[in-house]
Design a protein around this ligand. Structure first.
Ligand code: SF4
Length: 375
């Protein structure tokens, strides 16, 4: 990757840990499409885009999305000018759609209030939509080489092992953050942050830390004492509750299906869905009738057929089980809503759970699919 020369660093003292880590990073850094070679000036747009995409997602998953977004929208202005639906569609499959909405919102704020330049200031970055403390610190350090300390689960794990912290997470969070801040060097903070990220991703992994090749083992208390793989300790997580709902797959004889947009706020906000009832915890006694999913204007005479299989999907905080019921709307007047041809469904940003619904209906060979096959 080419670019103009990076700001010159004043030579400053590094502690032994950061020195060893940076030397290892210079020799073994991962090659990633958003990463810059030493001497190149990072493009904050690319750094920001990669960091937003990487939140709670793996590098391997992110790479094709990152490349697709850059090809489609090479600058923050291009992204800000794009219709939200196009952005949501390009994001589909990456999960956590609120991030895509905030991504778009953030691009607009950067274009309109910051002259299309990301601010070179951690606090100002944190004030932008969708940028929390971790992402602000990551962008500040990687894009602008400012002294900032991004701390996520990987870095907490490395710190817990280096210092052999036995306090379980999340109670240990504050202490681990302070330790990470204490190690951050004045010189090359951006490279140091990426070195720690690489270490956590490739050597100090959750189950099998490869201490024998670790550049930090001379400084690592858990390595000296043994049992590194048992750190960090974690408080047991409460079991995820199960929520249930019903999806109403309504077809029109000419080969279209009814979809609608979810409310802007809340889970999967603004995404398209096959109309569904609210998702409630099991046994709360709430109604799951068609009027809950489809609203008024749906003829009461419609006969619904329950599909044999439910669709299961797990979100961060709960498991979801969706029953699918299916019917064909008859009569002269088409119920109101967005009717789309089956083959055009993929042009709409359906979240993964709704894609599962489509797949399930397809597998159960519903009337619309049967008709589509005949054409
Ligand atoms: Fe992690 Fe082992 Fe390195 Fe310690 S020595 S930081 S436990 S990989």
């Amino acid at each position: 990757m080419t670019g103009s020369p990076r700001r010159a660093h004043k030579p400053r003292r590094l502690d032994a840990l950061s020195k060893d880590l940076l030397a290892w990073y210079d020799a073994h850094r991962r090659t990633l499409p958003w990463r810059y070679d030493p001497g190149d000036t990072p493009d904050p747009y690319r750094v920001w885009l990669s960091e937003i995409m990487l939140q709670q997602t793996t590098v391997a998953t992110v790479i094709p999305y990152f490349e697709k977004f850059l090809a489609e929208w090479p600058t923050v202005d291009a992204l800000a000018d794009a219709p939200l639906d196009d952005v949501l569609l390009a994001w589909a499959g990456l999960g956590y759609y609120a991030r895509a909405r905030n991504l778009h919102k953030c691009a607009k704020v950067v274009r309109d209030r910051h002259g299309s330049e990301f601010p070179a200031d951690e606090d100002a970055l944190r004030a932008l939509p969708g940028i929390g403390p971790y992402t602000a610190a990551a962008i500040a350090s990687i894009a602008f080489d400012l002294k900032a300390t991004p701390v996520d689960g990987n870095i907490e794990r490395v710190m817990a092992r280096l210092h052999r912290i036995e306090t379980p997470l999340p109670d240990a969070k504050k202490e681990l953050t302070q330790l990470a801040v204490g190690h951050t060097p004045n010189a090359r903070p951006g490279d140091y942050a990426q070195a720690l990220m690489d270490l956590g991703a490739t050597i100090c992994t959750p189950k099998r830390p490869d201490c024998g090749i670790c550049p930090c083992h001379e400084h690592c208390k858990a390595f000296t004492a043994g049992g590194a793989e048992q750190l960090p300790k974690k408080r047991p997580k409460p079991e995820k509750p199960v929520r249930r709902g019903t999806v109403y797959w309504l077809e029109w004889p000419k080969g279209t299906v009814l979809i609608r947009r979810r409310p802007e706020k809340g889970l999967l906000g603004g995404m398209w869905e096959i109309p569904s009832t609210e998702w409630h915890s099991a046994g709360n006694g709430r109604s799951h009738g068609p009027e809950d999913a489809l609203g008024v204007g749906i003829p009461a005479s419609i006969k619904w057929a329950i599909l044999p299989m439910t669709v299961k999907h797990t979100f961060t905080h709960f498991h979801l089980e969706l029953q699918i019921v299916q019917s064909i709307a008859a009569g002269r007047k088409k119920p109101k809503g967005q009717w789309v041809r089956l083959e055009e469904l993929e042009k709409y940003a359906l979240p993964t759970v709704m894609k599962k619904v489509v797949t399930q209906v397809r597998a159960d060979a519903g009337p619309l699919f049967a008709e589509t096959k005949k054409r």
